[in-house]
Design a protein. Structure first.
Length: 155
C-alpha cells in the first residue's frame, strides 16, 4: 500500500462518531469521517433495538477489519474465504458459495484472485470434473496466519 494510502487509513481510524440514546447513554463506535471531525447525535429509540446496534457494530467492525487487512492486500471476503477453505480442506466450491450466502457465479472472481496469487488452488472432482474442490496453499496458510494475528489483535 502506498504511503499516502496508509496515512489516509490512519486518519480515518482516528475519526469519531458517538451515537447516544435520548437519555444520553449508550454510545456505539465511530464512523469514517475526517480525522479532525467528531460528530455526536441522538439515536432515540434505535438505541434500544438490538438489531440496529448489532448492525451498526458490524459496520464499524467491518470498516476496521477492512483497513487492517489492507496492510496484507486482503479484503474481508478474501480473508473469510481463506479461513473457510483452510478449515475445510477439499471444500466443494458450491458449498463455499452456499455458506457465504451468495450464488456460485459470485464466488468465481474471488477464487480467481486468490488462485492467481497462489493462495488457494481448485482441483476438479474426479467424479464430476465440472465441480471443484478447494485447498489452501502453504502461501495461503502463511498469509492467513498473519491476517489472523492482525484481526485478533484488533478484537
Amino acid at each position: 500500500m502506498a504511503a499516502e494510502q496508509k496515512k489516509a487509513a490512519a486518519g480515518r481510524r482516528k475519526a469519531g462518531i458517538t451515537l447516544a440514546n435520548d437519555d444520553g447513554e449508550g454510545s456505539i463506535g465511530r464512523s469514517l469521517v475526517s480525522a479532525n471531525e467528531a460528530v455526536s447525535f441522538r439515536i432515540g429509540c434505535l438505541g434500544q433495538q438490538v438489531g440496529f446496534l448489532l448492525h451498526r457494530s458490524a459496520q464499524l467492525s467491518t470498516s476496521d477489519v477492512t483497513l487492517i487487512l489492507a496492510e496484507l492486500d486482503l479484503s474481508p471476503s478474501q480473508y473469510t474465504t481463506l479461513a473457510m477453505v483452510g478449515d475445510n480442506p477439499g471444500l466443494p466450491q458450491q458449498a463455499l458459495s452456499r455458506e457465504r450466502g451468495g450464488v456460485q457465479s459470485g464466488v468465481v472472481p474471488l477464487l480467481d484472485s486468490l488462485e492467481m496469487r497462489g493462495l488457494l488452488k481448485r482441483v476438479p472432482q474426479e467424479r464430476d470434473r465440472r465441480s471443484n474442490l478447494l485447498y489452501i496453499t502453504d502461501k495461503g496458510i502463511n498469509l492467513l496466519q498473519q491476517a489472523d494475528e492482525l484481526v485478533h489483535g484488533y478484537e
